[in-house]
Design a binder for this molecule. Structure first.
Ligand code: ASP
Ligand code: MG
Length: 424
């Protein structure tokens, strides 16, 4: 069995959904588990609904939700004929669930409501798409993944209960393949023991697909994207960016760590555990081979360039010109842990420490005030972090020509330079 995952961009228009069906026609004889995200930017739109409602603006939230309804009703209108009526009923049931909630007042924490509202995006998209596939002769079983994926109640970043999820997958998913070639379900969502909906973190559908690959011991996972494969840089920033045909699991984890937005970072582990290859392919050019990610990579890799924007530099100086000994360094790591923020770079000198972090303003404020108990603290904003893996001679100099580099770190595999953001 193969697992296919289609992200929001691959199903963002009627034409793209038709195109998805054309790809599936090519694989019609093979058993496929199909994971789909919410259509286009639906998740962002639903986030707005949740925020607005929680802020007490019920009417505005209902209006924003009406727009989500319209979009999905339009898709149904353009895609469906025979299945139009039953699908309309199913969509209406889903809309009603959210609207009921929006008529209430919040009594619990925001993250809980966020998940109850936002999870609807994937339920809507899969309802529409499975109906359309049925009309196209690609009959499938639709599954509510909340009946399979059991999670904890860490809303918005729920953790999987692997034992229960494996059991439910064995009981509910496997038997379906005795009577159908295709099962279609939602990425990104799950449910607690109490049947509350949960989400796995933004862009979590890749992760869902990887979990299914592991649960079903699939032959491979293919993520269909709107790019030709994994590239060695963002082509919008670097026009000479090229496709990397082959990568190891480890390289992809490293890339994600440095901020490359290729694949959701949690995706790799379940695949690696069972040695399931991951293909990243273009749904626009299905002829293109794309990228294969597996245990060993036989190829020499090109330099991989990642830019992380929105960085802040914390300059810490000892108050009395004493050396930065082991104690203040230990404390610094302890504060980072307390605030739950990961440093992207740390550089220690005789009487100063420099720390580069993602700019989450609240966390940075807390960290700065903790650090102020021991150091003189300066917070400087508006930086970006350039990382080059497998650097080649002269590349860093070329990319940073004429720019000041307040922090630079280098080892055999990686060079990292902190630079001022262009608009600062
Ligand atoms: N729809 C969710 C999001 O946009 C999950 C995903 O696309 O992977 O974050
Ligand atoms: Mg997405």
């Amino acid at each position: 069995m193969k697992i296919f995952k289609f992200g929001g961009a691959s199903v963002s228009t009627v034409e793209r959904i038709q195109h998805m069906a054309a790809i599936l026609q090519e694989y019609r004889e093979e058993p496929l588990m199909i994971i789909v995200s919410a259509i286009g930017k639906t998740t962002n739109a639903l986030e707005k609904v949740a925020e607005t409602w929680f802020a007490g603006k019920k009417e505005d939230a209902l209006e924003l939700f009406r727009q989500v309804r319209h979009t999905h009703d339009d898709f149904a209108k353009y895609l469906l004929v025979r299945e139009a009526l039953p699908t309309e009923h199913r969509l209406n049931d889903l809309y009603t669930e959210v609207e009921w909630l929006l008529h209430d007042k919040p009594v619990r924490e925001y993250d809980y409501y966020y998940d109850q509202i936002v999870c609807i995006g994937e339920l809507l998209s899969t309802t529409l798409i499975s109906a359309y596939l049925n009309e196209e002769g690609l009959s499938s079983e639709w599954v509510d993944v909340r009946d399979v994926f059991r999670t904890d109640d860490n809303f918005r970043d729920a953790g999987i209960n692997w034992v229960t999820t494996q059991k439910q997958s064995d009981e509910r998913i496997r038997p379906l393949f005795q009577r159908t070639k295709r099962v279609i379900t939602q990425g990104f969502i799950g449910a607690t023991d109490e049947n509350e909906s949960t989400t796995l973190g933004r862009e979590g559908s890749d992760y869902t697909a990887a979990i299914f690959a592991s649960l079903l011991d699939a032959e491979s996972l293919t993520i269909w994207k709107d790019v030709k494969g994994v590239m060695n840089a963002d082509p919008k920033q670097f026009p000479t960016a090229e496709i990397i045909p082959e990568l190891s699991y480890e390289e992809v984890i490293e890339m994600a760590y440095y901020g490359a937005q290729v694949i959701h970072p949690k995706t790799i582990k379940p695949l690696q555990n069972r040695q399931i290859p991951l293909y990243v392919r273009s749904f626009i050019d299905p002829e293109e081979p794309g990228t294969i990610i597996h245990q060993q990579c036989a190829q020499v890799l090109p330099p991989i360039i990642v830019i992380k924007k929105n960085q802040v530099l914390l300059q810490l100086k000892t108050m009395d010109f004493s050396f930065v000994g082991e104690k203040p360094v230990a404390e610094l790591y302890h504060w980072l842990e307390q605030v739950r923020i990961r440093p992207n770079l740390i550089s220690t000198g005789a009487v100063s420490v420099q720390v580069c972090l993602d700019d989450h303003p609240e966390k940075i404020d807390r960290l700065a005030s903790l650090a102020a108990t021991r150091f003189d603290v300066q917070v400087e904003r508006g930086y970006m972090l350039l990382t080059i893996r497998h650097p080649q001679k002269g590349l860093l100099e070329g990319l940073t020509k004429g720019q000041e580099i307040p922090l630079l770190q280098q080892n055999r595999d990686v060079v990292q330079a902190l630079l001022k953001e262009k608009n600062h």
